[in-house]
Design a protein. Sequence first.
Length: 260
Amino acid sequence: MTMMRARLAQLGWGLGWLLMLPLTWAGTIELPANTVVSHFCARLSAKDLDQRAQPYQTAIQKYAAEYQVSEAVIKAVIAIESCYNQQAESPKGAQGLMQLIPETAERFGVVDSMNSQQNIKGGTRYLAWLWKRFDGDLPKVLAAYNAGEGRVDQYQGIPPYRETQAYVRNVLFVHNKLVGMDATPKQPVLPDSIGLIQPAVVNSNTPPAILRPVGLAPLAPAPRRVVTVFQSPFKLTRPAKPGRAGLLANKARAPQLYKQ
């Protein structure tokens, strides 16, 4: 034990603690090569994500160590839940960085979900609880964080909801990026472009449907200056007859110009 403590002191508590975590916390989750992400923050580089996380890094490190949750998982969840917007609020009432609904906030001792410290603490506690609940199955943990643990139990895995399936895919993509796995963002899938709902399998080899961009209609030609000049029907090759005779001649040439 003394030798282990000395070794941890050399590595630093953060890295030493990370090495003691279960493999799926610290490692990467295999995703298909053609994995498609639909969230803006999922397409950011690891450097940009770290910059967004910097103001909350102290709290993330603190509660990651306290509840033994990987920092990469916490950061990935925050990225997809709120894209690091501390004042984010969803139409369903989820609030703050980790988008805690009032029931979850109360359940894990959060008084003010807009307070970043409390929000990260409550969200991390919830992740740790789900981790034990689903025996360290990270995709199920993330699905339960989004849709509720009851739905994961009901479907024995990720529920067949497009929102939840996209959520798990996006979070795992960011998680892998943060722990150093090479991941290049693909073309985003819009919600309406996804086909019929099927049971979700994160490791499925079936490529997701991709919305093909519709070609733009050709632009109308730019207006051009009128250069054609129409000749007057009254233009004669010989002098016009004066008086009534001239009027009758004009009517004969252009009757449409005179009232009947």
